[in-house]
Design a protein around this ligand. Structure first.
Ligand code: NDP
Length: 366
C-alpha cells in the first residue's frame, strides 16, 4: 500500500507535468523521459504482480499482453488500459514485430516456455526480459543469449534482488572491504509447496523442483554476496514424499560451493519448509545477515555495524525502472542482470544436479 507521502509525491507530480497521450492505465504525467513499452507474456500470479508494479514506474509502462486465455486478456485490457491491437496469443505473438507500441516482452510463463519464447521474441526484434530460472539448463540459456546477440536485442533476467536497497548496501560494504576478505556464505531458500498438480511440480514444465524455483536465489545470492563465481560444487538430495516429488522434481537439495579465493558456501533449497529465506555472509572483519533475504519485502537484516533497514520500495517497480534504463540508456547495473548472468546460474544448477546424482564434486569453469 502507498504511504501518504508517496501518494502526495505522486499526486503533485501528476499536477506539475503535462500529460502524455495514448496510455490510460495511470496518470501519464508520472512518466519521466523515454519510456520502455513492455508487453507481459503469461498473465498468471507473478505476471499480475509485475503489472501492478508497473503502474508505479516512471520509465516503464505496460502496453501489451501475450496470453493463452482470452478472458484474462479482457480483464487486463480494462484493468490496465491495454489497446486491442496490443493483445496477442502465443500463436500470433510473432506479429509484435510490427508493433511500435512494444519495445520489450517480459516472459513470465512456466520455466519450459522461457527458451522457445525468448528466441521468438528476439527474432521479432524486441528486447527480452525473462523470469528466473532463465531456462531449463545451460544449453538452452546459451541459445537464448546467442539469439538475442544475433538479433541485436537485450536479454535481461528478472533478478529483482539486484536492485533492492538493503541487498545493494551489503554489496557496497563488501566492495568497500568493510567485511574484510569474504570467507563464508550461507543461503537458505525454501517454502512448503501446496497443490501437487501445479506446473512447478511437473518436470516437463518446471525443469526440476525447488532448485529451479527457489534454490536459484541461493545460487545467485552466493555469487553477489561473495562477489565471486564458484569453481566447484558438491550436492546431496533428500526426498521424503515420492508421490508429490516425482522423478526429476527435487524436494530438498543441500549444496556447497568452493571459490578460487578460498571462500566456501553452504546452501539449502527446499519445497518442504516454510520460513526459510536467509542469507549470511561472513568475512575476516565482519558479517551481514539478510532475513528475509529474497521475499517480496521488506528485506531486513543486520551487519556487524548494526541494523539494515533501508526503506522498502516495491521490488518489481524498481526493477522495471532500472531495466528501462539498462535497455534505453545503456545503464550498467551494480549487479549484472543480463543473459550472461543467468547463464552462469544455469551452469551452476546443471552442476548441482550432476553432483547430487553422482555424489561427486563437479568442477566449474566460466
Ligand atoms: P503462474 O502459474 O501463476 O502463471 C503462469 C502463466 O503462464 C499462466 O497463468 C498462463 O498465463 C501462462 N502459461 C502458458 N502456458 C502454460 C502452461 N502450460 N501451464 C501453466 N501456465 C501457462 O506462475 P507464476 O506467475 O507464479 O510463475 C511464472 C514464472 O515467473 C516462473 O518462471 C517463475 O519462476 C517466475 N516467478 C518469479 C518470481 C520472482 O520473484 N522473480 C516470483 C514468482 C514466479 P496465460 O493464461 O495468460 O497464458
Amino acid at each position: 500500500m502507498k504511504s501518504r507521502r508517496q501518494f502526495l509525491q505522486h499526486f503533485s507530480a501528476a499536477l506539475a507535468l503535462p500529460a502524455l497521450a495514448g496510455w490510460t492505465n495511470k496518470p501519464e504525467a508520472s512518466l519521466q523521459g523515454p519510456v520502455l513499452k513492455v508487453a507481459i507474456m503469461g498473465l498468471g500470479s507473478y505476471g499480475t504482480r509485475v503489472a501492478d508494479a508497473l503502474v508505479g514506474c516512471k520509465r516503464a509502462k505496460l502496453t501489451g499482453v501475450i496470453s493463452g486465455t482470452p478472458s484474462k486478456i479482457k480483464t487486463w485490457q480494462s484493468k490496465y488500459g491495454i489497446a486491442e491491437k496490443n493483445c496477442y496469443t502465443y500463436d500470433n505473438s510473432d506479429q509484435i514485430k510490427n508493433n511500435p507500441d512494444i519495445d520489450a516482452v517480459y516472459i513470465i510463463t512456466p520455466n519450459a516456455l522461457h527458451h522457445p519464447y525468448a528466441i521468438r521474441v528476439a527474432q521479432a526484434g524486441k528486447h527480452v526480459i525473462c523470469e528466473k530460472p532463465m531456462a531449463l539448463n545451460a544449453m538452452e540459456a546459451l541459445e537464448m543469449v546467442n539469439a538475442c546477440k544475433k538479433a541485436n536485442v537485450k536479454l535481461l533476467i528478472g533478478y529483482r534482488m539486484h536492485f533492492e536497497a538493503n541487498t545493494l548496501e551489503v554489496v557496497r560494504m563488501r566492495k568497500a572491504g568493510e567485511f574484510g576478505k569474504p570467507l563464508f556464505f550461507q543461503g537458505l531458500s525454501g517454502f512448503r509447496i501446496g497443490d501437487p498438480g501445479q506446473w512447478r511440480l511437473t518436470k516437463n514444465l518446471a525443469g526440476g523442483g525447488a532448485m529451479m524455483d527457489i534454490g536459484v536465489y541461493s545460487v545467485n545470492g552466493a555469487r553477489y554476496m561473495l562477489g565471486e563465481d564458484p569453481v566447484w560444487v558438491t550436492a546431496q538430495e533428500t526426498k521424503t514424499d515420492f508421490q508429490k516429488f516425482k522423478e526429476g522434481v527435487d524436494e530438498t537439495i543441500q549444496f556447497q560451493f568452493g571459490f578460487a579465493s578460498g571462500a566456501v558456501a553452504s546452501c539449502l533449497s527446499t519445497y518442504s519448509m516454510n520460513n526459510l529465506d536467509k542469507f549470511f555472509l561472513n568475512g575476516e572483519k565482519g558479517f551481514a545477515e539478510l532475513q528475509p533475504a529474497t521475499g517480496y519485502g521488506p528485506i531486513q537484516g543486520r551487519t556487524h555495524r548494526g541494523a539494515l533497514a533501508l526503506p522498502h520500495v516495491t521490488h518489481q517497480t524498481t526493477q522495471m525502472d532500472e531495466m528501462a534504463q539498462i535497455i534505453l540508456d545503456n545503464k550498467v547495473p551494480e549487479i549484472p542482470v543480463d543473459g550472461a548472468e543467468g547463464l552462469k546460474d544455469m551452469k551452476i544448477i546443471d552442476a548441482i544436479y550432476l553432483a547430487a546424482k553422482t555424489g561427486k564434486r563437479v568442477d566449474l569453469k566460466f
